[in-house]
Ligand binder design. Structure first.
Ligand code: AMP
Ligand code: MN
Ligand code: MN
Ligand code: MN
Length: 286
């Protein structure tokens, strides 16, 4: 019953360092049986990944990780089983990417005031041109020798309250779910233990997400501790959400967890890939 699966990962199309093909090869080497590429706000890697996966005989699910602003908080919603070419979804993505460009210029301006020259050009070198991420700014600052690693740059410069932070409006929760559903996919709340919100507000988020037709909860995430996985699994049960799991892999140098290397969904919880909705919309994986 416990398939070796990984339903959350990033490639060079967003802020990962492996190409979609390299990522598929690595997942296959790690004996992943069911895999999703979920780049931030971008579908460009999905055709390449699907064809690489079919060559090695690995089951592949086209996915995305959407940036959402909910109640003044940035949260991430993963969509699984989406049609990468859906027109409405891609129009929505264009809006998010335009915002990334505007935000990038503001971040660069602020970083320049903090003493980093040519931050925009520097960050762009790390982006393949599809999306501009804070991760790319972090990589540039590490390159400049101003921090040990990407994590340290976030802590010092890029999070709320630090000199390079810029706030803004991503997609609404309602739009994100309607784009995912319109493109034929299932929606999942990504890494729910990562948000800096109270337990009450997390419950409100889940209630609204369910109301909008959301089904999945990524209780098992490469970014969760065993204790967080336990708590998030209980929360999913209370709200009758299906469990999803994903490493959130970005790069071999900077791993939360290796591709596919997560614990099994606990007995008594239903994995998203066993749901009837998954069978109806994505297909039977057994
Ligand atoms: P953005 O969507 O451009 O605002 O960037 C968000 C991305 O930055 C996330 O998807 C992570 O990959 C990365 N990130 C966020 N916070 C941290 C952190 N504290 N340390 C390292 N990477 C982070
Ligand atoms: Mn990322
Ligand atoms: Mn995320
Ligand atoms: Mn992610």
């Amino acid at each position: 019953m416990n398939l070796r699966c990984d339903l959350h990962s990033h490639s060079t199309v967003s802020d990962g360092t492996l190409t979609p093909t390299e990522l598929i090869m690595r997942a296959h080497e790690n004996e992943v049986e069911l895999f999703a590429l979920t780049d931030h706000d971008a579908t460009e890697g999905l055709h390449e990944a699907a064809s690489a996966a079919s060559k090695v005989g690995m089951k592949f699910v086209p996915g995305i990780e959407l940036s959402v602003t909910w109640s003044h908080q940035t949260i991430h919603i993963v969509g699984l089983g989406i049609n990468p070419d859906d027109t409405v979804l891609n129009q929505g993505l264009k809006g998010l990417r335009d915002f990334r460009e505007e935000r990038g210029a503001k971040i660069a301006h602020k970083l320049e005031k903090a003493g980093f020259e040519n931050a925009l050009e520097g960050a762009r070198k790390y982006s393949n041109g599809e999306i501009l991420s804070r991760t790319h700014f972090a990589q540039y600052i590490v390159e400049q020798g101003k921090a040990r690693d990407v994590r340290q740059v976030f802590k010092r410069y890029l999070v709320n309250g630090k000199p390079g932070y810029v706030s803004g409006q991503w997609a609404s929760l309602e739009d994100a779910l309607s784009w995912i559903h319109g493109a034929g996919g299932l929606a999942v709340i990504a890494h729910p233990a990562r948000y800096k919100i109270s337990a009450t507000r997390l419950r409100q988020l889940i209630a609204e997400f369910k109301e909008l037709g959301g089904l999945g909860f990524e209780a098992i995430s490469g970014s969760h501790s065993p204790d967080e996985e336990q708590r998030m699994t209980q929360l999913a049960k209370q709200f009758e959400l299906y469990i999803s799991k994903g490493s959130d892999f970005h790069s071999p140098e900077n791993i939360y967890r290796e591709l596919g290397a997560m614990q099994d969904v606990q007995p008594g919880s239903v994995p998203l890939w066993h749901s009837t909705e998954w069978k109806d919309r994505i297909g039977d994986i057994s």
